[in-house]
Design a protein around this ligand. Structure first.
Ligand SMILES: [Zn+2]
Ligand SMILES: [Zn+2]
Length: 157
């Protein structure tokens, strides 16, 4: 395990910016810190709120452009769950899979201990794999219980 700070995330960003002759602005590092402060997924809106909480004001455009930059490195990945985009950092986060409720859209994370060895030993077709994500669609327990209650009510009528 790496040391538990954002220093190595900073180092990755610095390396990329240097390599691509991009400016090392404090905004870029502050946004990266905010991104790493989320334990799971976040939307652009949630990221914007977190920046404000830390008294760091950046424009929506800067926020968006920086996320696009972090996606290229990639220190961030994006997911399209039920029509809206969420982001999460790849930094010091293990591979995981997502359970997506098709009724309420809630997304929860699951460890992939059983799946990982299968992916590891999978033969790629002219492809160098870096990471993977897995989405499992279904109904969350809350929605499932609601549906059952409705069903029972109907039966009683
Ligand atoms: Zn649900
Ligand atoms: Zn996730």
């Amino acid at each position: 395990m790496e040391e538990n700070s954002n220093n190595s995330a900073h180092a990755i960003l610095t390396m990329y910016l240097t390599e691509h002759r991009l400016r090392k602005t404090p905004e870029r590092y502050a946004i990266l810190d905010a991104v790493c402060s989320f334990a799971g997924h976040f939307s652009l809106q949630e990221l914007s709120v977190r920046m404000e909480e830390q008294n760091f004001r950046v424009s929506r455009a800067t926020l968006y452009n920086t996320i696009q930059l972090l996606l290229k490195i990639p220190l961030v990945v994006s997911h399209n769950f039920s029509q809206h985009t969420v982001y999460e950092t790849t930094f010091q986060r293990p591979n995981h899979c997502h359970q997506i409720c098709r009724v309420c859209g809630k997304v929860t994370e699951l460890s992939v201990q059983q799946v990982e060895p299968a992916i590891d030993t999978m033969k790629m077709k002219r492809f160098h794999k870096e990471s993977f994500s897995l989405e499992i669609y279904g109904i969350c327990s809350t929605c499932y219980a609601k549906m059952n209650r409705k069903r029972k009510k109907k039966q009683q009528q």
